[in-house]
Design a protein. Structure first.
Lengths: 300, 325
């Protein structure tokens, strides 16, 4: 532990700016992944333990599309669309069979998919680290804000994540399909009785969740090294975010993700060894004092 | 009459256990392969651990994702006591049980307030917290490297567990004793209240069962048995390593339970054997262990839809086991 280093950092504007932006990046990417997780849980009451794998596959897909087309944005789009399709197949052929089953059965199926996909990635892309590298359009000198170094790409990442998150929020809050999704989260039988095709709806929700994770993976590809198994740490972190924000709450996920990102980036300065421990402590405290999370609806 | 039947069953179980130990003790004379003994030792450790988790999952309906913390706590406490203090092995064994029990009371008191997926998450968080402590407290635990330097003074009642064969028989004895004790626990009135809580918690409470007390008790008991599995593992690997307290350990136990059969007492032990066999066979055949194991798990989960032993019990026309699908 090094509390003085942490104090030095928060009192220096350059360190404060640098750490805040890196915390925000981690937080925003985490938010996209966790938003999909919480959406799927909110509507289907399924904990998608394979969600980190969606993120990983999205990153690899984006990497390959980028290699072929040379366009970063096409890569991100490819990651998102590819994982939307993957989400639909995953729901249709695997998860649909264990609706209502014990959570252990769901865990088992997801874990099998995680194992299979990690190895498929090894076969297709090789077991070693892959680096996408910074896309050419972002290879520009960094900005200096209050003495802190901020690569412009970071700001673009934060803005795009916010846009996607905002789009999701508006879709859920204002459109008809958003209304149906919220109604299905509340009472799927009634929605079904009203003549709405919930089977299709569930596929759609998984597509949206997959797309969010795939987009996050694609967006993150230039600043993360791609490895088989990279999905796991983000899975655990998005669980923490989902639990703290309240399972099923998108807004809660946003706040929790940003807080977690900041804890991470400042924690690495103060106590690099115990940053993860801090996150688990936060999760335990929230779970025990308010199991529904900060912004979740009360659970019975 | 009923108590007579119970007594007969106890004696039958003890007899079967002794028979298993006797057979295992003879086998190395016929098949002198060291790999077989290693397999039995690992299997004993993991089977005890998986069966202890099933006290929670199968019998009480508490799906813990963090049971590995007690397995890991067993390895670390035992290895530390043996390395840092001068106590004899049996004393270290008992002290580890005590440490685990005290920890489990504290952890359990927090966790059992939650239900379903929230219970699963809070136990996972607890385990990961303990894992973080182990990783960051380098001075005590060796951090990433783990506790190296071996386990000294490995003798129990004059038997040197440093010898492979002795450790092999010892772990078989510990396994059988542990299984017999757990078997006895689930067959008592206490075991009946566990199943009642699993099936209908509210009704159990109305019938006068103090639900939180029963849940906490079974949480502590299962933790203690998990730590016994951890101690056998600690003797086998001569120390304690962070992987033994990380989340995949909990995952292994869960898969052993689900594959072996959640509704049968011996299901988790059978599942452990299948999982370890798969592990050994598949890793020898292909480097794509995950791919093969994943496909096998999918076949199990979607085809059989229940554990092997549950499947067999149902096929033989036995009472319908408490399936999970």
């Amino acid at each position: 532990m090094d509390a003085s280093a942490l104090l030095d950092c928060v009192t220096t504007s350059s360190c404060l700016v640098t750490q805040t932006t890196s915390g925000l990046i981690v937080g925003m990417l985490l938010f996209l992944v966790a938003a999909g997780l919480t959406l799927i849980f909110g509507v289907l009451k399924i904990v998608n333990f394979a969600h980190g794998t969606f993120y990983m596959l999205g990153a690899y897909l984006a990497y390959t599309v980028f290699q072929i087309t040379g366009s970063y944005w096409l890569g991100v789009l490819g990651g998102g669309l590819g994982m939307a399709l993957f989400g639909v197949l995953f729901e249709r052929f695997l998860i649909r069979r264990v609706y209502g089953a014990n959570v252990l059965m769901q865990l088992l199926i997801c874990y099998a998919v995680v194992l299979i996909c990690d190895d498929l990635v090894k076969i297709v892309w090789g077991p070693d680290f892959r680096a996408m590298g910074m896309p050419p359009e972002f290879q520009v000198p960094p900005l200096f804000i209050l003495g802190g170094v901020v690569p412009p790409f970071y700001l673009v990442l934060i803005a795009v994540s916010l846009l996607i998150g905002g789009g999701l929020g508006l879709t859920l809050g204002l459109t008809k399909i958003g209304k149906i999704v919220r109604a299905a989260a509340h009472n799927p039988d009634m929605v079904s009785a009203l003549g709405i095709n919930t089977t299709l709806l569930y596929s759609l929700v998984f597509a949206a969740g997959g797309a969010l994770a795939g987009l996050a993976g694609g967006l993150a590809a230039p600043v993360r090294s791609l490895t088989p198994g990279m999905g796991f740490s983000i899975l655990i972190e998005s669980f923490i975010v989902t639990v703290i924000g309240g399972m099923g709450s998108i807004g809660g996920a946003l706040i929790a993700a940003v807080v977690l990102g900041l804890i991470r980036s400042f924690g690495t300065i103060g106590f690099p060894q115990f940053t993860e421990g801090l996150m688990y402590i936060a999760m335990i405290i929230i779970l025990v004092s308010k199991p529904s999370g900060l912004f979740g609806k009360e659970i019975v | 009459m009923a108590s007579g039947m119970v007594r007969t069953r106890i004696w039958r179980d003890i007899l079967a256990g002794c028979l298993l130990v006797a057979v295992l003790a003879i086998v190395p004379a016929l098949i002198p392969a060291r790999a077989f003994q290693d397999f039995v030792i690992r299997c004993s450790s993991m089977a005890l651990f998986a069966t202890s988790l099933n006290l929670l999952v199968g019998y009480t309906g508490l799906s813990s994702f963090g049971h590995g913390m007690f397995f890991g706590l067993g390895t670390y406490s035992f290895a530390l006591l043996m390395q840092r203090t001068g106590v004899a092995l049996p004393v270290a064994f008992l002290l580890t049980l005590l440490i685990t029990a005290v920890t489990a009371v504290a952890v359990g008191a927090i966790c059992i307030r939650l239900r379903l997926i929230y219970f699963a998450f809070v136990t996972l968080a607890m385990q990961m917290l303990l894992h973080s402590v182990v990783i960051s407290w380098v001075g005590l635990t060796g951090g990433d490297q783990g506790l190296m330097g071996g386990i000294p003074r490995r003798s129990v009642l004059g038997v040197d567990l440093g010898l492979q064969y002795n450790l092999y028989v010892f772990s078989a004895v510990v396994l059988v004793a542990g299984l017999l004790l757990m078997r006895h626990i689930v067959n008592t009135a206490f075991g009946t209240s566990l199943r009642m809580i699993r099936d209908n918690e509210v009704r159990a409470a109305f019938l006068g069962i103090v639900v939180w007390r029963v849940k906490l008790t079974v949480f502590v008991l299962s933790a203690v048995f998990a730590s016994v599995g951890g101690m056998v593992m600690s003797l086998f690997v001569s120390g304690a390593y962070p992987e033994l307290i990380n989340w995949p350990i909990s995952g292994d136990a869960i898969f052993a339970i689900v594959m072996g059969g959640i509704g049968s007492f011996l299901g988790p032990a059978v599942g452990t054997m299948i999982l370890l066999l798969l592990n050994d066979v598949v890793t020898r055949q292909t480097e794509y262990y995950g791919l093969a194991l994943g496909l096998i798990i999918l076949a199990f989960a979607l085809g059989l839809r229940r554990g092997v032993l549950d499947f067999i019990t149902e096929r033989l026309g036995g009472r319908p086991a408490g399936g999970i699908s």
